[in-house]
Design a protein around this ligand. Sequence first.
Ligand SMILES: Cc1cc2nc3c(=O)[nH]c(=O)nc-3n(C[C@H](O)[C@H](O)[C@H](O)COP(=O)(O)OP(=O)(O)OC[C@H]3O[C@@H](n4cnc5c(N)ncnc54)[C@H](O)[C@@H]3O)c2cc1C
Length: 376
Amino acid sequence: MSGLSASKSDPVVIIGGGVIGLSIAYELACRGQQVHVVERGTEFGKEASWAGAGILPPANPETALDPLEKLRGISHRLHPEWAERLQSETGIDTGFRRCGGIYLARKQGEAASLAGYMSLLRQEGIQAEAVDQDALLALEPTLDPDQFCAAYLLPDELTLRNPRHVKALLRACELKNVQLTADCEIHGFDTAGEQITGLQSSQGPITGSRFCLAAGAWSSQILQQVSDIPTGIVPIRGQMLLFDAPPRLITHILNEGSRYLVPRADGKILAGSCEEEVGFEKGTTTEMLEQLEDFAYSVVPALKEYEVTLSWSGLRPGSFDGVPYIGKVPQVDNLFMASGHFRSGIHLSTGTAIWMADLLEGKPMPSALQHFSLIR
Ligand SMILES: Cc1cc2nc3c(=O)[nH]c(=O)nc-3n(C[C@H](O)[C@H](O)[C@H](O)COP(=O)(O)OP(=O)(O)OC[C@H]3O[C@@H](n4cnc5c(N)ncnc54)[C@H](O)[C@@H]3O)c2cc1C
């Protein structure tokens, strides 16, 4: 406990400056709220949010069959609008594009499960067209069609470039006078009864009226300082590599199981990824990078001619059921959490920002939010 006082005029303090924290800050600032984002790193957005592939698979909020799909649908609708607003406010092109995605199956079993998934998407009103070998070759001439027994085109799959998106969010927050404090680690809470009165940080005490935990894979550790709710967010490492290919070698995102190739407008192609439970250890391994290269060559043999210029890893915030936590922390009046977005944090960031800003402003919430509760 401490005697730090918090008044309603104090800002909303967001712990963690990744895509989730910055999107919430941006949304709140657009609504005229005072916001302070506190980030442990020397730069904002350099953890999972920097490392991700930026794939935004299609989703439809009106026909979604479960609350997570609903959030995905809401987020999906918001991305084009956010990309446009961020560009006009900051001058930064986030690399947002409607490039479309192709989903591929090599074996009959994979084809059967892909067929089931595509039928589900169609029930939700999402365009998913089966393509035969000739059509596949017409869409992607450098792909080896003989490798695949089924393929589907999803025209509404979108993409953005994570580092640019985060940079644009950061700049938009600056322009809206959000207080941004880097190199500042939160290590505890000051409380009075069931209220948080302030945060203990490496730069001294920080006050606020309401607090939102958005520290990605680290959120559970921080939450434990003030609550015994077992959210159990675990870091799941993903590795990626980058080919220095010429523009338009491929033009769609190519998905096979949990692996993918993502073309950027400048020609560079990302290849990912994997799910590794190795604690908070970042870094790449020769074995995994070789597997990703082999995967890339098996889909697009022409990639053998191009150099791999970069590889990296990131720690996804994984929750036990793959569903993020978006809600108030029980038994703490003014602490909220938005974490655990696992493989979809970039995609879900826009919808999460709207819901969390509504929550922080005390607005009535949709019943779907129960699905994301910390005590589900
Ligand atoms: C290889 C890979 C590929 C991916 N591909 C996609 C994709 O295609 N599409 C998609 O939607 N998602 C993708 N993701 C997932 C997505 O990147 C994450 O879900 C998302 O970035 C999580 O954002 P976040 O803000 O919660 O976490 P982070 O980006 O990790 O941000 C959390 C921040 O909190 C800070 N922090 C931690 N502890 C403290 C503390 N004590 N005090 C202050 N600050 C603290 C950290 O430094 C960090 O900056 C991918 C992830 C990886 C790793």
